[in-house]
Design a protein around this ligand. Structure first.
Ligand SMILES: NC(=O)c1ccc[n+]([C@@H]2O[C@H](COP(=O)([O-])OP(=O)(O)OC[C@H]3O[C@@H](n4cnc5c(N)ncnc54)[C@H](OP(=O)(O)O)[C@@H]3O)[C@@H](O)[C@H]2O)c1
Length: 300
């Protein structure tokens, strides 16, 4: 199986690289490209066409994106370049070479007022990040029929820096032992990146051969948790004290965030095996080995 993973240096991309290690892999990264990766700026339309026409993957898993909502709010042009225009280049070339493209999208295409959301529910993003990812979805759906959109909510997994995920950053707050309020308003479904990658790996043959496996799917972890609840669960799983943390019932500041974007997973569950590691187990696996005994680096 000839696979291309974009965003191979990112949180989800690295998990996909681990899960697809047994295949013939083309890993694309940009500022964090390592030996063996193709260093490819996906906003360079010509370079994207040239690379894909040369390597001719059968399946492209497109994880690369700008996914930090506050940054998206500030730099709409750059956000559009990577989340929409680069997606357009990839889906066009996928169509030319006959590849199936999986576009990783987000629960932030919804406004969070009417959960749970079916795959066909009307999108109504309330921040620039959600709007750009929805625009990426529209490009995917309009350009090729050999495409799959997989919407996922907040992700966690083995990180290179604690700041790489809003969830791993909570470990920093736990270890600082300074009294702090943690958001207890937004309801999230934290999702372990290796579960998404394993689900995709198990589904890959079917994605290549079954023309019914097209269009929009939803995937998420199985537990509804606020950030405060995630911090407490993380503390218990890692044997840390959380008595210095208190719940903050207010909506977070910064880019507007939806309240509860619970995704209806039934379509994916009917078609393949959905991996759902319990949060307590996943977060312990993701963080305990690398981070418990180290001083924290919080930014990349
Ligand atoms: N993280 C979440 O909580 C979350 C929630 C819902 C949905 N999602 C979606 O899930 C997907 C994966 O997210 P993630 O958390 O794994 O993202 P991430 O860790 O921030 O990684 C982003 C990836 O995109 C690549 N990239 C950015 N600009 C690029 C460019 N111009 N050319 C080539 N590559 C570029 C980065 O490459 P370099 O680092 O090498 O530059 C990196 O590999 C995204 O589509 C995101 O929208 C994420």
């Amino acid at each position: 199986m000839n696979i291309c993973i974009t965003g191979a240096s990112g949180l989800l991309g690295r998990a996909c690289v681990r899960a697809f290690a047994d295949t013939h892999l083309l890993t694309c990264a940009w500022s964090r490209a390592k030996a063996g990766d193709l260093k490819l700026d996906l906003t360079n339309h010509k370079a994207v066409h040239k690379a894909m026409e040369k390597h001719r993957p059968e399946l492209i898993i497109h994880t690369a994106a700008e996914r930090r909502p506050d940054l998206c709010e500030k730099d709409i042009e750059q956000t559009h370049a990577i989340n929409v225009a680069a997606t357009q280049s990839l889906v066009e070339v996928a169509e030319n070479i006959g590849a199936v493209l999986v576009y990783i999208s987000t629960d932030y295409v919804f406004d969070g007022t009417q959960p749970p959301y079916a795959t066909g529910a009307q999108c109504c993003p309330i921040n620039e990040y959600g709007k750009s990812k929805r625009a990426g979805e529209e490009v995917v759906l309009a350009t090729s029929t050999r495409t799959v959109i997989l919407r996922v909510p907040i992700l966690y997994g083995p990180v290179e820096t604690l700041g790489e995920s809003g969830i791993s950053l909570l470990l920093h707050e736990l270890k600082r032992q300074v009294p702090m309020k943690i958001n207890h308003w937004a309801i999230r479904y934290p999702t372990y990146v290796d579960d998404i990658a394993q689900t995709l790996r198990g589904w890959a043959d079917q994605l290549l051969t079954d023309s019914e496996c097209r269009g929009i799917y939803h995937m998420s972890g199985g537990e509804a948790l606020t950030r405060y609840e995630m911090a407490c669960t993380m503390a218990e799983a890692l044997g840390l004290d959380h008595s210095h943390l208190s719940p903050d019932p207010a909506a977070p500041i910064g880019a507007p965030r939806p309240h509860n974007c619970q995704l209806d997973l039934s379509r994916l569950q009917q078609e393949t095996t959905l991996f759902q590691t319990p949060f307590r187990e996943g977060i312990a696996r993701a963080l305990s080995i690398d981070w418990m005994d180290q001083n924290q680096k919080t930014t990349g």
